[in-house]
Design a protein around this ligand. Structure first.
Ligand SMILES: [Zn+2]
Length: 139
């Protein structure tokens, strides 16, 4: 397992994690998950908005990069998700919930939930619906 990988900011900083996810999911700029628009999308900035919130000028809906991914509406921060996903993707033998618990500093219950959700997502991805390449190393 390449330990150096896990020093990267995206595994420890929710903001860096979100930016990473945006660059992987939207290499050519944001895409509205509601209507598929790629233009007239504006970033909502300011204190009153969550970071990474976009507004679609076509359907007037708002979204973030996690809409439609396994990370959507999760209370677990995105950097932890990416960390767990990278751990799982980089280990040939598989990663136990116990290991995730220890490395992420989350409860066992959370670790168990994360590994199940990620495993499901990886399975769907292999089945070819192209859900996301988000848990792959981007290099
Ligand atoms: Zn839209």
């Amino acid at each position: 397992m390449a330990e150096y990988l896990f020093n990267e900011p995206r595994f420890h900083d929710p903001e860096a994690a979100r930016e990473h996810l945006e660059s992987v999911r939207w290499p050519n700029g944001p895409i509205c998950p509601h209507c598929g628009a790629v233009d007239r999308i504006s970033k909502l900035a300011g204190e009153s908005h969550r970071a990474g919130l976009y507004d679609c000028g076509h359907c007037r809906d708002q979204f973030t990069v996690t809409v439609g991914t396994v990370f959507e509406r999760s209370k677990i921060s995105l950097d932890k998700w990416l960390f767990a996903a990278a751990l799982m993707a980089s280990s040939k033998k598989g990663v136990s919930s116990k290991q995730i618990e220890r490395m992420l500093g989350v409860t066992y219950k959370t670790a168990w939930f994360m590994s199940h959700r990620l495993r499901e997502a990886m399975k769907r991805e292999r089945q070819g619906n192209g859900l996301a390449r988000v848990w792959r190393r981007n290099d």
